[in-house]
Design a protein around this ligand. Structure first.
Ligand code: FAD
Length: 408
């Protein structure tokens, strides 16, 4: 097990500087344009593919960094560049992780390359879990997957919503109910291969922030996928369902808590995205406060402004520490006895919302216009307290973990 450290090693610093360079030179200059266009920034994704930032190899390398700092460091730098574009770059990773976590070696080898495409023909992937009536309450999912034994095919029907890259993805990973009695333990994940009949994009959402990232409904109308598209395979699913039924009979507590551990491990990555956006806004505000003069002196000479900056920086550093701790715990298999993953996501996302609002205040009228990036950063920051579990859900998870009450 790697010791917890707050010091990046030389190799990590090199990677961080490389990603930061890409964020500063390629992502940030494109941010305002793609925010206005509200379209997927394909040329930027292609650039990221060319330099190796848009690839499974890149994420795998960061993911398996034993210090746990690889992923948070990469996320912070990319989202420092711009949240909407960065989400377009890392969105495929959400679907890829779904396959890595549950898929067989063959499924991983077949589908993940098709999710990314290559630098000359980049593709994206989508992870589709949320539904109109199943957001925070995942257990009330309605999309059904029914096995057609004669044809060894699964038939998927339902409507997914809020899917990042939904409908424009080459490969969709869809979560569906296979046993309604078991709540979220009766769900399974399926690959929907490129061009499968019956899958279509519904409404594309016009959003408040992260507008360069495509978010849409995905309609599944008698979508037939081969048996080989069930992630993990049928045998494993049958075993898992049998175990879940048995545990449900015994009270179900251990089953639910095991499921929550997965979220604890993935939430710090979202916390790191929020740290990136918060840091970006703080830096703009700090620069501005040092150079903007009113009443014959820089506005930072007023305690009212300087103290805000002090609070902003303190919160950002505290958020990063929580994120790094949880990431280290996840990589090293430490038990999340106080829901430390949820804690990191909660604090970092609330920090991003607050710090970006403070940045607007420090920039005054300029902060409120699109001439300066902080209003975009503030719009972007609002997503962190919503996706991957809202702030209320994080608090619920932390509180129930502390109380020793099962998390449903
Ligand atoms: C831009 C964007 C991208 C997304 N990308 C994806 C994606 O790629 N794939 C995917 O599957 N999903 C995605 N989502 C969905 C996202 O995860 C959900 O929006 C989120 O889980 C919240 O669900 P909801 O919107 O239905 O809100 P609801 O669950 O309806 O919640 C509404 C409000 O009620 C509160 N609330 C609900 N239950 C409780 C409770 N028990 N106690 C206290 N408060 C409660 C919530 O905190 C929230 O404030 C995305 C969403 C957005 C906006």
């Amino acid at each position: 097990m790697a010791e917890f450290t707050m010091e990046l090693n030389d190799e990590q610093k090199e990677v961080r500087d490389w990603i930061h360079g890409f964020a500063a030179d390629v992502i940030r200059p494109a941010a305002a344009e793609w925010d206005e266009r509200e379209e997927t920034p394909w040329p930027v994704i292609q650039e990221a593919a060319k330099v190796g930032i848009y690839s499974l190899d890149f994420y795998a390398q960061q993911y398996f960094d034993p210090t746990g700092l690889g992923i948070p460091m990469a996320m912070e730098e990319l989202f420092w560049g711009d949240a909407g574009i960065a989400l377009s770059i890392v969105g495929t990773g959400l679907a890829a992780v779904g396959v890595l976590a549950n898929g067989t070696e063959q499924q991983i080898g077949t589908w993940i390359p098709q999710m990314y495409g290559d630098a000359n023909d980049v593709k994206v992937a989508a992870f589709c879990s949320s539904e109109p009536d199943a957001g925070s309450d995942v257990a009330s999912m309605r999309t059904r997957a029914v096995y057609d034994e004669a044809k060894d095919e699964w038939v998927l029907n339902g409507t997914k919503t809020w899917a990042t890259n939904g409908g424009i993805a080459n490969v969709h990973v869809v979560v569906a109910v296979v046993d309604a009695e078991l709540g979220s333990k009766g769900h399974a994940s399926f690959i929907v291969p490129p061009g499968t009949e019956g899958l279509s994009q519904g409404q594309k959402f016009k959003k408040h922030g992260i507008r360069a990232s495509h978010t849409a409904e995905v309609i599944l109308d008698n979508v037939r996928v081969p048996g080989s598209c069930l992630l993990g395979g049928k045998e494993k699913l049958d075993e898992r369902l049998a175990r879940a039924r048995e545990k449900a009979r015994q009270g179900g507590e251990r089953v639910k808590n095991a499921a929550m551990a997965t979220f604890e491990a993935s939430r710090p990555a979202v916390g790191a995205m929020a740290v990136g956006t918060a840091r970006a806004a703080y830096e703009v505000a700090l620069d501005y406060a040092k150079t903007r003069e009113q009443f014959g002196r820089p506005i930072i000479d007023n305690q009212g402004v300087a103290f805000q900056l002090a609070d902003m920086r303190t919160s950002i550093d505290a958020a990063r520490l929580l994120v790094w701790r949880a990431s280290w715990m996840a990589v090293n298999g430490r038990p999340f006895t106080a829901a430390e993953g949820s804690m990191s996501k909660l604090f970092a996302s609330e920090t991003a919302k607050k710090v970006t609002a403070q940045a607007i205040q420090i920039l005054g009228g300029n902060g409120y216009t699109r001439e300066y990036p902080v209003e975009r950063m503030h719009r972007d920051a609002a997503i962190y307290t919503i996706f991957e579990g809202t702030s209320e859900i994080q608090r619920l998870v932390i509180a129930r973990t502390l109380a020793g009450v099962p998390i449903r």
